[in-house]
Design a protein. Sequence first.
Length: 423
Amino acid sequence: MTILLLGSGGREHALAWKMLQSEHCSKLLVAPGNAGTAAIAENVNINPNDFEAVKNLVLTEKVDMVVVGPEDPLVKGIFDYFQQDVVLKDIPVIGPSKIGAQLEGSKEFAKEFLVKHNIPTAAYDSFTKDTVEAGCQFLTTLQPPYVLKADGLAAGKGVLIIQDLAEAQAELRNMLVNEKFGSASAKVVIEEFLDGIELSCFVLTDGKNYKILPTAKDYKRIGEGDTGLNTGGMGAVSPVPFADAVLMEKIESRIVKPTIDGLQKDGIPYKGFVFIGLIKVGNEPFVIEYNVRMGDPETEVVMPRLKSDLVSLFKAVATQTLDQEELEIDPRSATTIMVVSGGYPEDYEKGKAISGLEQVDGSIVFHAGTTLQNDQVVTNGGRVLAVTSYGDTFQEAIKKSYQNIDKLNFDKMYFRKDIGFDL
Ligand code: AMP
Ligand code: GLY
């Protein structure tokens, strides 16, 4: 098969690496990809949100399957675009329909879905410009800290957690009236704060059947000890040591199964990944968010632990026969450490030459934000490389990643030295 993968991050490099191990994948195109995907597949410089360009590529290259990495094209409806096109309708797209993608595209939609299907989540209410005073009043009924979430996609920046009531009220006005996050904050969800430890559960579904992939925990803050600004993720560990059989049973019966059943009951077509962000409060799991794609950098630890053929799984997703597939998982731990550009997640420079890549030994380097400049790999984003290792314990895996990171260098390179510190 010829497969087209959309996206350009570490997630896509890891998905590409995994798909290329399949006997079903004879040719892999990545659009637009990065220097890492260029080394193993064929990059095509088109924007995944330009559906017409995607269509032209699919037709000229006779693509048999499209795998969507990031959320944007899904929220914009790429699945439906294919289904509604006479020449594209039989080409499977791995990803949810436009309405399914609202689980990530609208926090309010996700909360309504969770409540409707009795899935444990934080209590909430949502407000608009016209109900801003009621929102300020609602905040007075909650205990601090206050959780404010912009309804729409805000590049991972739309969630504010604030200690002080007056400040929370001011920020609520700022989001609703001054459109702090543009149209994404035309509506704001205010949520009860859940105090616990986070983990993520990844599910692959054909809309009817599902497989639970390995759990992972990511480290979102830029600074050590989970301090400072939020990032896309600075490292990840899989499996999550505290996700024991008892917790996993609760997650499956109270959250995963009702989610997939709920999609079916609501008539929402969904053939792709569901990334469920969870908080364990005491011993009970609660959903804090859905994403409609794999996580980044979680993919860089989940894919290395998946022993089953990923393309076979995708084919089963397309034909709704996922119940006939077996999942085989590597029992070892996998960890990844993100190497980022100095300044990230705020301003940073690009185009820095990266050295030492060929000296890495015993780890897999997934490229996140890189490009080629006259055959030289240079930085091209905030998150630059994800260095993944296996170990019998997560500590051993982390040690290996750090040993290899010591061989890498670029100007103003930064990484967290404490991934896994809380486990
Ligand atoms: P989200 O974009 O929904 O993942 O939220 C970003 C981060 O905010 C999460 O990873 C959590 O650390 C935190 N968060 C979100 N909702 C809650 C909540 N209800 N209680 C506590 N922390 C939360
Ligand atoms: N690492 C979190 C995310 O991909 O959203």
